[in-house]
Design a protein around this ligand. Structure first.
Ligand code: FBP
Length: 551
C-alpha cells in the first residue's frame, strides 16, 4: 500500500508503556495472586480443562526479573475481525522479544488460525514491523475465523510448532479466538507439547471484558470513528431537517458500541439490546418506542431524527431469539437436507414442519430479505451473521406501519422519510487512537513477559486504563477464568463469557437519565475526528464508557 502523510507521521509516534514496564524486560518481576475459578459452569469447565483450570492470576511489578534467559521462537496470529491496534500488539511483542534476546525470532502466521495449520508464515523482521507501527488493519499478516477445535488440527499445530522450534504462540483475538487459545493450551499440556499459548483481548465489540480486562482493544478507536460519522449525520439531519436516519452500528452481540456512541453523540433514540431483553420488548414494543420519539418531535415541528440500532439487536428480541434458536438447532441437525431443497416454497414447507407454530408466525411477518438472512450460513463459530441482517430497515418499516395507524387515528400528522446506514467495517481498520496504540503495544509487551515467565493458557492484561498510561498495571489472567458453557450449533461448548452492557452500570444509567430529553429535543453532539496530535486531554482521552465506569 502507498504511504499517506498521516501514516508517515504516525510511524514516528512512540507508544507509551506503563511506568512499571519502562525499565525494560529485565526489570519486571512477577507476583502470583489467588487461584481462579470459571465464570460459571465451574465443574463442566474444570472437567474440560483438567490441566489448565484454576491457575493463579499474575501481576507484574518493577523489580529484578527472575525469568530464565533464553532464545525464544514465538508464533503470532491475528484472529477474527479487524480491530485498530493489532499491528501494535505485534510490535510490542517483537520489541520485548528482541530486547530480551536479539537472537529470538517472531513468526507471523498468515490468515488467522488456518495459517498455523497450513504452516503459512513469514519471519517478522524489524523492517516489516516498522512499516506497520501505529497503523490500522491486520494486513501485516492477515486474519481469519477458522476455529481450532479438532484433535487433528491440534496435532498439526504441534508439529508445525516443533518444526520451527517454537516455544510459544500468541493468539490475538476476541472471545471465540481466545477460546481457541485456551483449548490449544490445554491440548499442549495434556500431550506434553512444550509450547505456551497466550491470548490478547481484541474486538471492537467491547464484549471481552471483566474485572481484569477493562476494555478490548479496538473499541476505543472504532467508537471514535463511528461517533464522528454519526455526528456528521446529525449535523446533516439538523441542516436538511427532512430525514429520519436509522443507523445500525456493528457489535455482534453486546450493545457497548451503540451505548458509547450514544454517550458521545446524543441521538434521539438508541436501542440497547440488553434492555430490550430485560424488558422483554417485542418488535411491536420497539416500534412503539421509536414512534413515540418521531411523534413527539413532529409535534415540535422536527420531522427528522437519528436512531441508533445495535447490530446484535435482532437476537435479543425475545420472539426473534426463540426463532433463531430453533432455526440453529434445525440447521445443525438437518442443514444439508435443507440447503438441497430447490425452491423457496419447499424450504418454507420444511421450516413449517420443523419450527414451533409461534416461531413460524414470527418468521412469516419478517420481510423476505430478513428471512433469507436468518437462514444464511452461520459463521465458523455457529453465529448468525448479524452484520448482514438489515435490522435498521426492518425497524424503520415497522415504525412506518405504526405511524400510519396513528395517522388514521388522527394522532400524528408529521412527515416520515427514513434513510438507512450501517457503520461497521469503516471503523475496524482505522489508524489506532493514541489510547489503542499505547494499550496494544503494552498488551504485546506483556504477552512476552508472560511467555518469558513460562505461563500458558493466559490472557495478557493491562489494567487501570481510566488513569494515565503511567499508572497502568500489566499482568495475566487464566483464560478459563472467563469461561462458561453455551449452546452452539446444537451442542454445549466452552466459550469465553461475553460481557453484555450492564443495565445497572454507570454508563447505561447516565444514558437512561438523558435519553428522554434527547428523544424530543435536538441535542446532537459532534465529537469530531479521532485526534492523533494535540493536547493530551483531547488526543489521549479514552471512552466515556470507561471514564463513567471508573467515576
Ligand atoms: P470479532 O469478534 O472477531 O472481533 O469480530 C467482531 C465483528 O467486527 C462484529 O462486530 C461483526 O458482527 C463481525 O465481526 C463481522 O464479521 P466479518 O468480518 O466476518 O464480516
Amino acid at each position: 500500500m502507498d504511504i499517506s502523510p498521516l501514516q508517515q507521521a504516525r510511524y514516528a509516534y512512540k507508544p507509551k508503556l506503563p511506568r512499571m514496564l519502562r525499565n525494560g524486560v529485565g526489570s519486571v518481576a512477577v507476583i502470583e495472586g489467588d487461584a481462579t475459578e470459571a465464570a460459571s459452569d465451574k465443574e463442566k469447565i474444570k472437567a474440560l480443562f483438567p490441566n489448565t483450570y484454576g491457575m493463579k492470576e499474575v501481576y507484574f511489578e518493577e523489580g529484578e526479573s527472575t525469568a530464565p534467559k533464553k532464545k525464544h521462537v514465538v508464533g503470532v496470529i491475528l484472529s477474527g475481525g479487524q480491530a485498530p491496534g493489532g499491528h501494535n500488539v505485534i510490535a510490542g511483542l517483537y520489541d520485548a522479544l528482541k530486547e530480551d534476546n536479539e537472537e529470538s525470532v517472531l513468526l507471523g502466521f498468515k490468515g488467522g488460525p488456518s495459517g498455523l495449520v497450513d504452516d503459512n508464515y513469514i519471519t517478522l523482521t524489524g523492517d516489516t514491523i516498522d512499516k506497520y507501527r501505529n497503523t490500522g488493519g491486520f494486513d501485516m499478516i492477515g486474519s481469519g475465523r477458522t476455529k481450532l477445535e479438532k484433535e487433528e488440527q491440534f496435532k498439526v499445530v504441534a508439529e508445525v510448532a516443533q518444526k520451527h522450534g517454537m516455544d510459544a504462540i500468541v493468539i490475538i483475538g476476541g472471545d471465540d479466538s481466545n477460546t481457541n487459545a485456551a483449548v490449544l493450551a490445554e491440548y499442549f499440556k495434556e500431550n506434553d507439547v512444550p509450547v505456551q499459548v497466550i491470548g490478547c483481548p481484541k474486538t471492537i465489540d467491547g464484549d471481552l471484558k471483566n474485572d481484569d480486562i477493562e476494555i478490548s482493544f479496538g473499541f476505543d478507536t472504532a467508537t471514535k470513528v463511528y461517533s464522528e460519522l454519526i455526528g456528521n449525520i446529525e449535523r446533516d439531519a439538523n441542516s436538511a431537517k427532512k430525514y429520519w436516519h436509522f443507523i445500525k452500528l456493528m457489535g455482534r452481540s453486546a450493545s457497548h458500541i451503540a451505548l458509547e456512541c450514544a454517550l458521545q453523540t446524543h441521538p434521539n433514540v438508541c436501542l440497547i439490546s440488553e434492555e430490550v431483553e430485560a424488558k422483554q420488548m417485542g418488535l411491536t414494543a420497539i416500534a412503539d418506542y421509536i414512534a413515540e420519539s418521531v411523534m413527539a418531535r413532529a409535534s415540535l415541528g422536527f420531522n427528522f431524527g437519528v436512531v441508533i440500532v445495535p447490530e446484535g439487536l435482532i437476537e435479543f428480541v425475545p420472539e426473534v431469539r426463540k426463532l433463531i434458536e430453533e432455526i440453529n438447532e434445525t440447521l445443525a441437525k438437518r442443514g444439508d437436507r435443507f440447503s438441497k431443497l430447490p425452491t423457496w416454497d419447499e424450504k418454507l414447507g420444511f421450516l413449517t414442519a420443523a419450527l414451533s407454530v409461534e416461531s413460524m408466525k414470527v418468521f412469516n411477518i419478517l420481510p423476505y430479505d430478513i428471512q433469507e438472512e436468518l437462514l444464511m450460513d452461520r459463521d465458523p463459530h455457529g453465529n448468525v451473521q448479524v452484520s448482514k441482517v438489515e435490522t435498521e430497515k426492518l425497524l424503520s418499516n415497522i415504525v412506518r406501519n405504526r405511524l400510519n395507524q396513528k395517522r388514521q387515528e388522527g394522532k400524528y400528522s408529521g412527515k416520515y422519510n427514513p434513510m438507512h446506514h450501517f457503520f461497521g467495517y469503516e471503523g475496524r481498520a482505522a489508524f489506532p487512537s493514541n489510547f489503542d496504540a499505547d494499550y496494544c503495544y503494552s498488551l504485546g509487551y506483556t504477552a512476552f513477559l508472560l511467555i518469558s515467565y513460562g505461563y500458558t493458557g493466559y490472557l495478557s492484561s493491562v489494567r487501570g486504563l481510566a488513569k494515565g498510561v503511567d499508572e497502568w498495571k500489566a499482568g495475566g489472567m487464566p483464560i478459563t477464568k472467563m469461561m462458561d458453557i453455551e449452546r452452539r450449533g446444537g451442542e454445549d461448548k466452552p466459550v469465553i463469557k461475553k460481557a453484555l452492557v450492564d443495565i445497572n452500570g454507570k454508563p447505561y444509567k447516565y444514558f437512561a437519565e438523558h435519553r428522554e430529553h434527547w428523544a424530543r429535543e435536538t441535542c446532537y453532539c459532534s465529537s469530531g475526528a479521532v485526534q492523533y496530535f494535540g493536547p493530551p486531554e483531547i488526543a489521549d482521552r479514552t471512552t466515556l464508557t470507561l471514564s463513567l465506569e471508573n467515576s
